[in-house]
Design a protein around this ligand. Sequence first.
Ligand code: ADP
Ligand code: NA
Length: 291
Amino acid sequence: MTIGSINLDHQVCVDILPRRGETVISRSLNQGVGGKGANQAVAAARAGARSALIGFIGDDAQSRGILERLQVLGVDVSGVIAVAGVPSGSALVVREVSGENFIVVNSGANAAGDLPLSELENAIVRAEVVVVQGELPPEVTGLVIDTAGRLGTRVVVNLAPVTSIGGAIRWADPLVVNEVEAAQLLDTVETDGVELAKQLRERVRSVVVTLGARGAVYTEGADVLHVPAPRVDDIVDTTGAGDATVGVLAAHLARGESLGRAVEHAVRAGSASVRFAGAAEGYPSFAEVVL
Ligand code: ADP
Ligand code: NA
């Protein structure tokens, strides 16, 4: 089960990113479901897991459209809560043809929702694995992790963006971050993935650090092991690659696989996702990924 952000993404594509004060014309407009929570729930479903999502949307027609899309993409949205009087979260993704981009997010309902503790507990005890990210308010993220830890349900924590969730982080099994987030969390200039994973290991149950085109490293006891990514020559869009990795990782952990096996599947899925445009809307079926 994933608890996290749900957005409507608006992606425009420009020849050159605008500078301050400049207006540029887009080549195209693509709209689709986004937000790390939604992306990861879709990725888990695409890997063949029963995937439920808890999160917050607005109570307007556009928000209902987001829910319908998520259902089409295989996600159980019965736990999504509509918040009155706010729009759903949205993200404006301005992508340059070169692949460079910038993103502006309006949190909307993601920052306005309230999750009753009893409902949270009911959902967590029913789940094999709980997945959270850093896009909901830190106190919500912290509460979810603490509740999962207290109830003995495994919790995958993708602390992206890095937010301050206090002691709750100790339950993370694994903590999944990219190299930049790992360094930020540790407040270090260290850039070596193995070293970052070793240092993070002190604070959590297990660690996965993703390394982009180089794959990922994960901790196994005192060891840090590397899973290389398959080489991809036809990269289309790396948006949501990390979310594909996290969702597929959780799907395989929920099946009872070891962290190492799950990371192997997750890395292949992340690499497969960069061959398709967009995030959730462009994920292939990860059950059949061959690279
Ligand atoms: P994030 O998107 O969160 O920054 P990464 O860039 O580390 O995460 O990417 C997550 C995963 O996606 C990697 O572990 C890898 O499997 C895959 N991936 C990302 N970029 C590439 C690439 N250029 N070539 C092949 N695989 C990639
Ligand atoms: Na993609």
